[in-house]
Design a protein around this ligand. Structure first.
Ligand code: M6R
Length: 611
């Protein structure tokens, strides 16, 4: 959730940290701070965005070759200067930044207060800083031992980077549940909560595992566990370019990511679709395909947009492979004692690969003996490391908080999985299978055709930017698209929006419809086309405003709806990949016109690593 960055080496740390914070700001943006050690500790923190921090520091002389930085998404304590990270222990020995939640912080705080320790902030992080210092001073131990002993007493999740003023030649980092990546340079190390601030400096990285503690000097990294067992660091090479984390001339990351979708889907295909379109090869699932084909049931777990992709996955897999599929919110699944059998397959979907609820659902499913597969975007993140097998979407970094290309690439992977299973189970004939492959590979080109018409979405946005409510309706494959359209609008423009199965409208939401209510209907030609036409008529009969997403050349709905946006025709199973694009664009333009911060909507963070 929050962003963490650290540096130790021979260069000035400040520009590296400040640049790193800018890269990480998508993870949290209610306050930010930086601390350096240069003889004396230098500490600056400020409520607001990283720019506010930069302006606040601007006149100061800030120098040092060792430092840490943090951008926060508040969990404990309101966003203000005092609660911003880094936090300093009472006697100033330790300065720490933290991502995650210390669940037993209240008990620890009480015990420390009894012993006379005082606190400045309302955060769990300051409690941890003081616990470390208390052990350090009382026990007369090294900083590393104090950190490890303190961590053995805390419950919850943490990604931590710690400075000790008495040991100014090192950073101490620790991970449990919140990711940390160490970049390995030449006589320098970088540390961050994800690779985006590291990639411009080095491509060699070490992913910390849960319970790891790293003691990092500029020319040495020692890795051990909280219990002091030595670990061997494994260096991986990042497959990420700096260009992928720039806006590349677009006004916002979200717009760039919407326009990247044709390329992202092609990247999802890469190495998986035979060049002559004669088959699909999901390498990451190679060993588990026999089990998948025999599965009695598939349970998909995910959150937010990834959950919407999962819902489309249900329709695809039941339709093509005839396997029963259940789609669960990971946060509900993990706490409701679900029935999971040994021959069930659980598929976790996550862009970030770090969503706490999805990770917990995976762990539960594994405990119960299910085969657990992952569909993730961020290579090396926790979910792919904890699942038995899986498929990367290879969408490239998604920085905009509102997911766009993550959704379409997840649906692409789910479609490929459904097709492979359907073919192997005999529900898709060779002819049907090959026909579907061909149609799926045509999707990127069809999205290009939609993107060319983005101005039409801008015009619609001009007309409806002031609406206070929106309804999104779709049937079958388009119900998840309706949900996703509504989520996109509400999260970035703060307009209330609901997605509904079109036929459900008359069971309640129809009461909301009047001349002020734009109703977006996904109404491409399929077997329930006539029914959706009737739904549109029902809206019009109540003076609702209809914006319809229709198949190219549609003449019936054109006469009924107030506005139509045409998408190219495709196999109905893949049209979710097309119809979602104008909905993404509509939300984007409305949010921009309302003056909202599209890439960093209020109260949200890109990856939700707390439950
Ligand atoms: O990284 P994940 O896919 O696991 O994230 C799940 C949700 O937090 C995410 O999709 C969220 O709903 C987005 N803001 C939607 O745009």
């Amino acid at each position: 959730m929050c962003g963490i960055v650290g540096y130790i080496g021979n260069k000035e740390a400040y520009p590296i940290l400040m640049n790193g914070l800018k890269r990480l700001e998508y993870r949290g943006y209610d306050s930010a701070g930086i601390a350096l050690l240069n003889g004396q500790p230098l500490l600056y923190k400020k409520k607001g965005k990283v720019n506010d921090l930069e302006n606040y520091i601007s006149d100061s002389i800030i120098s040092g070759q060792l430092g840490i930085g943090h951008t926060r998404w508040a969990t404990h304590g309101e966003p203000n200067d005092v609660n911003a990270h880094p936090h300093t222990s009472e006697h100033g020995k330790f300065i720490i930044i933290h991502n995650g939640i210390i669940e037993n912080y209240a008990r620890i705080k009480e015990k420390l207060e009894i012993r006379g320790v005082t606190f400045k902030s309302a955060t769990d992080t300051e409690v941890l800083a003081n616990l470390i210092e208390y052990i350090y001073i009382k026990g007369q131990v090294t900083a590393e031992i104090a950190v490890r002993l303190a961590l053995s007493k805390v419950e919850g999740a943490y990604g931590l980077v710690i400075l000790c003023v008495d040991e100014p030649d090192r950073l101490i980092a620790a991970r449990k549940g919140s990711p940390l990546v160490v970049g390995v340079g030449d006589e320098e190390y970088f540390i961050a909560s994800d690779a985006t601030p590291i990639v411009e400096h080095t491509k060699s990285v070490i992913y910390l595992n849960d319970d790891d503690v790293a003691i990092i000097k500029k020319d040495e990294l020692v890795l051990k566990t909280v219990k002091n067992d030595k670990q061997t660091p494994i260096v991986h090479q990042l497959d990420l370019d700096v260009g992928e984390i720039d806006k590349s001339g677009y006004d916002h990351f979200m717009l760039k990511e919407i326009f990247e979708q044709p390329k992202s889907i092609l990247d999802t295909f890469r190495g998986r679709v035979a060049p002559d379109l004669s088959g699909l090869n999901l390498g990451g699932l190679f060993n588990v395909i026999p089990q998948m084909v025999k599965a009695k049931r598939i349970i998909i777990v995910a959150c937010g947009t990834s959950w919407h992709a999962g819902l489309l996955g249900e329709y695809l897999m039941e339709d093509m492979a005839r396997i029963p599929v259940e789609v669960e919110y990971a946060s509900e699944f993990r706490y409701r004692n679900p029935i999971i059998n040994m021959d069930d397959i659980v598929i976790a979907i996550s862009q970030s690969g770090e969503t706490a609820d999805t990770l917990a659902a995976i762990r539960l499913a594994k405990e119960k003996g299910a085969l657990v597969l992952g569909i993730c975007n961020v290579v090396g993140s926790s979910i792919p490391r904890e699942t038995d097998a899986g498929v990367y979407t290879h969408a490239g970094p998604e920085i905009g908080v509102a997911s766009t290309k993550a959704f379409t690439t997840q649906v692409t992977v789910l479609a490929m999985m459904a097709m492979v299973m359907g073919h192997k189970r005999g529900y898709l004939s060779d002819k049907k299978y090959l026909g579907l492959i061909k149609e799926l590979t045509e999707i990127p080109g069809k999205i290009e055709k939609i993107l060319v018409k983005s101005d039409a979405c801008k015009e619609l946005a001009t007309l409806y930017q002031r609406a206070t409510n929106f309804l999104y309706l779709g049937r079958g494959y388009f119900f998840p698209v309706a949900l996703e359209g509504a989520l996109k609008l509400k999260e970035i423009s703060y307009i209330h929006a609901e997605g509904y199965p079109a036929a459900e409208m008359k069971h309640g939401p129809i009461a909301l419809i009047d001349q002020n209510m734009p109703v977006v209907v996904i109404a491409t030609k399929d077997k329930s086309y006539d029914k959706i036409v009737s739904n549109i008529q029902e809206v019009k009969a109540r003076n609702g405003v209809v914006i319809a997403i229709v198949t190219e050349g549609d003449s019936v709905i054109r006469k009924l709806a107030d506005h139509v946006f045409e998408v190219p025709e495709s196999n109905i199973a893949f049209e979710g990949l097309l119809t979602v694009v104008p909905l993404q664009l509509l939300s984007y333009y409305i949010a921009v016109m309302r003056g909202c911060n599209v890439d960093q909507p209020r109260n949200l963070a890109k990856s939700v690593t707390v439950e």
